[in-house]
Design a protein. Structure first.
Length: 133
């Protein structure tokens, strides 16, 4: 069987809709189904990781995100999601490292600065947080 790495726009939209509707278990299951036929799909992997974080499946999320980082160490979406995963798993110091790295890669992205500010805020570093908010 030949595997396709490109997920259809319809499948991507379904993943995003389920996630945005806070149907994290449904998103997780749908993303896993997508990975069965598209095992190299970055979109399916990111969707699975996002749902895994919300469901508290941190080991799975970290495994997926680190496999993506190995393939593309400067992928901002993956780095930002990895920072969020650490934050959600109460590992703010590790998350801060990745949040800083994301901002370094795209200093003009307001969302990345807001995420970095949240990390600083969670660590009680309010002056640093205000610099990025």
């Amino acid at each position: 069987k030949i595997f396709n790495s490109i997920l259809s726009q319809e499948d991507i939209d379904t993943c995003n809709r389920l996630y945005n509707e806070n149907k994290f278990q449904d998103c997780y299951e749908f993303s896993h189904q997508c990975l069965k036929t598209h095992p190299f799909s970055k979109a399916a992997m990111l969707s699975t990781a996002k749902a895994s974080i919300k469901l508290g499946y941190f080991d799975e999320a970290f495994a997926i995100l680190f496999s993506l980082i190995r393939k593309n160490p400067d992928d901002i979406a993956t780095i930002d999601l990895l920072a969020s995963a650490y934050k959600e798993n109460n590992q703010n110091e590790k998350g801060l490292e990745y949040a800083k790295r994301a901002v370094t890669l795209d200093d003009s992205n307001a969302n990345l600065h807001a995420n970095l500010a949240l990390h600083y805020f969670n660590m009680g570093q309010f002056d640093q947080a205000m610099k990025h908010y």
